[in-house]
Design a protein around this ligand. Structure first.
Ligand SMILES: Nc1nc2c(ncn2[C@@H]2O[C@H](COP(=O)(O)OP(=O)(O)OP(=O)(O)O)[C@@H](O)[C@H]2O)c(=O)[nH]1
Ligand SMILES: [Mg+2]
Length: 298
């Protein structure tokens, strides 16, 4: 039997969370077309006939301008010294730039086996992929280079084989029915934030957070799951954007998030959303702790 940890690290938007979800077959991490979506590490555990893999999704590595972003990047970088395999996820449809350079330098010193994952191959013509592989092959000794599409699932099973094979011998570290380290409450907050990301633009996605104020499990008298949540924004001017004309945006956020949450909790959900302004919350350690923008292991 094999067992161990693999972290997915890469630039924002490379498709790390999509890949985690594709492998696990459940939506463990929210995904958006905006960068810096993931803010914490997210574990997903998968069992195979010959082993167990703990996949760790991480926030995208970027230049941090706020305290929150320092925590995010730290959470990703820390995994480099803790895992057995590092999956360096690269958006193969993007031309290489300074960000990629920084990422490759960062993973240079990891003692973990490094697997280069070229994602989004559904967007790239094969003949254009080969020079990219050749170029990146010169960068370091890769344990393997695996092109995949996290979106279509193309070649993902092969990637899983490569990862499992690279892990040390060992017994499973988690019980067979263990899926993720994320508490349900956190997943609910993330599902709401995912809809905020989907329905807003510009600075809003970056300066929004979601706090769960109350999570009422169903009882014999009240069979609904009742959730009260707060959407935090940074400035007064952002509040009306999240709420929308006559409340239409927040209504859309609520309706869409509720569908996902009902799927998650397997029950009918009453969802109450409010919006509050907390200036500079991205610099506020107390709020960041509350939001779980931190290492869950510490
Ligand atoms: N065409 C295509 N799009 C993809 C693929 N993988 C991810 N995407 C899209 O790329 C965008 C970013 O995906 P995420 O999974 O959120 O990326 P991430 O690396 O987790 O991003 P951060 O959390 O911001 O670091 C989303 O719009 C995805 O739908 C892929 O294989 N093909
Ligand atoms: Mg992500």
């Amino acid at each position: 039997m094999k067992s161990g940890f693999v972290s997915f690290v890469g630039r924002p938007n490379a498709g790390k969370s999509s890949l985690l979800n594709q492998i696990i077959g459940e939506k463990l991490a929210i995904v958006s077309d905006k960068p810096q979506t993931t803010r914490t590490r997210i574990r997903g555990v998968k069992n195979y006939a010959d082993g167990q893999v703990i996949f760790v999704d991480t926030p995208g590595i970027h230049r941090p301008l706020h305290r929150m972003n320092v925590r995010m990047v730290d959470a990703a970088v820390e995994t480099l010294g803790e895992v057995d395999v590092v999956g360096v996820v690269i958006d193969a449809s993007e031309s290489p730039g300074a960000g990629l350079r920084y990422l490759l330098d960062l993973v240079k010193d990891t003692s973990a086996k490094a697997v280069l994952i070229l994602n989004k191959v559904d967007l790239v013509k094969k003949h254009k992929l080969l020079p990219v592989i050749e170029q990146l092959n010169k960068e370091r000794e890769w344990h393997a280079i695996v092109p995949v599409s996290a979106l279509t699932g193309d070649n993902v099973a092969h990637l899983e084989e490569v990862i499992l094979d690279a892990l040390p011998d060992g017994e499973p570290l988690y019980p067979a029915d263990y899926l993720t380290d994320q508490p349900e409450r956190d997943m609910v907050a993330e599902m709401i934030r995912e809809q905020v990301l989907r329905l807003t633009r510009d600075e809003l996605p970056f300066s929004t957070a979601v706090l769960i104020d109350q999570f009422q499990e169903p009882t014999d008298e009240d069979t609904m799951t009742r959730i009260y949540a707060t959407i935090v924004v940074e400035r007064d001017s952002q509040k009306p954007i999240v709420i929308g004309k006559g409340g239409d945006v927040i209504k859309q956020i609520g309706t869409a998030a509720r569908k996902d949450i009902e799927q998650l909790v397997q029950n009918r959900v009453f969802l109450d959303l409010r919006v509050v302004v907390r200036e500079h919350w991205r610099e506020d350690d107390r709020i960041l702790d509350q939001l779980g923008v931190r290492d869950r292991d510490k």
